[in-house]
Write a protein that binds this ligand. Structure first.
Ligand code: TNX
Length: 488
């Protein structure tokens, strides 16, 4: 409600501002020009209902067009027509999305201007955990639409974990038959997973929006659903940790992993496969002191349980490299001694800054998604109490201003920072309404943080532009947190 009133107020008093600059993320360079470009009623309807642009929008793809960065584009809006120039089809697509935002926010009219734009980071991601709770194809497609508008380019899909295995693997049918039953709240919830046909459909949908999907197959820990389906792969354990981890000393385990990866690679064209690697807890003490396990550790000179974990990660890194892909792992993998040309590190433990430094010093490329402020399962406002709260919470402003607070840490290593990501774990996110609430508007802030040059970011200007984007979310029935009416 308040959003609509705000929007109305802004459009009544600042018509020029709204048609010229309502773009998120804020472009790198914006120059106003004379006049306005106005859609006809039919053209505006085509944009609103079918998301298509008029024939007066002309694209030119040529290497000499822009700075050469893959996603850079130049958008020139004149009263008669619009020119989008880019070295790549992807860049031109990003330019189209900027134009669509300008036209939508101006209700079919936008001021003439020239925009020269390129992203700050090449990895601008969103992670969704669908193991803890499953949301399904239509929701994922809607999120991809919104990501496209925000010029986000990576969807990291957490498809396997303790409660459920969510992707069909033809060679191991029990993964879905047994492993996809249940969710975080209800172990008896009916099977929920994506068939390979679903996956192909979603991958194509994302590709049409120039979004790469990176699947995550979490191992050796967080493997409970897979171990439930194939108990012979389990590393044992008791209570909370029962079947949590794959058995790291069996060849059978690595054969299984290699087979599953083959199917994932066929389905996902991404050059990266995420293998998790976080929070490993092998079996229990009894399992660990088993003479066979002890012998294995001795033979491989692994010293202890941690050595075993690192051995596992190195084996998987080699399997993935042999298949021509690059592995991504959570920041625990930094300690495993994998060669930096085989792996990319995702830094998540905000309270372990030295792990970020160690990754950079060891030569790894790094994607930043520290719990604070990048985890969407933390609350976003002081009075909220559904969600995490852990020496603080994650307000929108912290997402927006990232990585300012830690920039000094990676001074000199900037070229190894691939980008950043907003990550939503869904233990406490049981339905799409809650999902929307925990994702928006923080994902919008992430998009600007990851795209816009640091010097052009300004929180109060961002908050002034935000209502137009929230208004678009209204048309999609997205239930977002409204920072303009926080006590709603
Ligand atoms: C830690 S982040 C995990 C997840 C949980 C999350 C909850 C990470 C690599 N592992 O399994 O869902 O915390 O905030």
């Amino acid at each position: 409600m308040t959003t609509k009133i705000n929007l109305l107020a802004v459009s009544l008093f600042l018509p020029v501002f709204i048609s010229a600059q309502n773009v998120i993320p804020e472009p790198a360079q914006y120059r106003p020009a004379k006049g306005e470009f106005v859609l006809s009623i039919a053209e505006n309807k085509a944009l609103e209902t079918n998301n298509v642009l008029p024939s007066r929008v002309v694209q030119r793809i040529a290497p000499d067009c822009t700075t050469g960065a893959d996603e850079a584009y130049r958008l020139e809006i004149t009263p008669d027509s619009v020119f989008i120039q880019s070295a790549t089809v992807t860049g031109a697509f990003r330019g189209e999305e900027t134009l669509k935002q300008l036209l939508r926010s101006g209700k079919g009219t936008t001021s003439a201007c020239v925009i020269n734009d390129a992203p700050r980071y090449s990895w601008r991601g969103f992670m969704l955990d669908e193991s803890r709770h499953f949301f399904g194809k239509e929701k994922v497609k809607q999120l991809l639409d919104i990501m496209a508008s925000l010029r986000l380019n990576v969807f990291h899909w957490h498809l396997t974990d303790e409660p459920g295995w969510r992707i069909e693997i033809k060679k191991y049918p029990l993964l879905t038959k047994v492993g996809s039953k249940g969710n975080y709240h209800d172990p008896s919830a009916p099977a929920a997973f994506y068939t390979q046909e679903d996956i192909k459909d979603i991958v194509a949908y994302a590709a049409a929006r120039h979004i790469m999907i990176v699947p995550e197959f979490d191992m050796p820990g967080h493997a409970t659903a897979a171990c439930r389906a194939y108990p012979e792969l389990s590393g044992g354990g008791e209570g909370r940790w029962k079947d949590f981890t794959f058995h790291p000393c069996k060849e059978e385990t690595f054969r299984f992993i290699s087979d599953v990866l083959d199917e994932l690679i066929t389905l996902f064209p991404s050059p990266y496969i995420h293998i998790g690697g976080d929070e490993v807890h092998f079996g229990n003490q009894e399992w660990f002191t088993d003479p066979q396990i002890q012998q294995f550790i001795k033979d491989k000179q692994l010293m202890n349980e941690t050595g075993l974990e690192q051995y596992f990660v190195r084996r998987v890194a080699d399997i993935i490299a042999a298949k021509g892909k690059t592995m991504i792992g959570w920041d625990e993998i930094v300690d495993a001694g994998v060669s930096p040309d085989k792996a990319v590190v995702m830094w998540w433990r905000h309270d372990r800054r030295y792990q970020l430094l160690k990754a950079l010093e060891s030569g790894y490329r790094v994607i930043m998604t520290p719990r604070r402020p990048m985890y969407g399962d933390f609350v976003q406002y002081s009075t909220h109490n559904v969600g995490r709260y852990w020496d603080g919470y994650n307000p929108i402003e912290d997402v927006f201003s990232f990585p300012r607070s830690i920039e000094h840490l990676f001074k000199g290593y900037e070229s190894q920072i691939m980008g950043m990501q907003y990550s939503l774990w869904t233990e406490r996110v049981a339905d799409v309404k809650r999902l929307d609430f925990m994702v928006f508007p923080r994902l919008i802030a992430l998009a600007e943080a990851a795209w816009t040059p640091a010097g052009r970011k300004d929180y109060s200007r961002f908050m002034r532009r935000l209502p137009f984007f929230l208004h678009w979310l209204d048309t999609k029935d997205i239930y977002y947190f409204d920072p303009f009416a926080p006590e709603r």
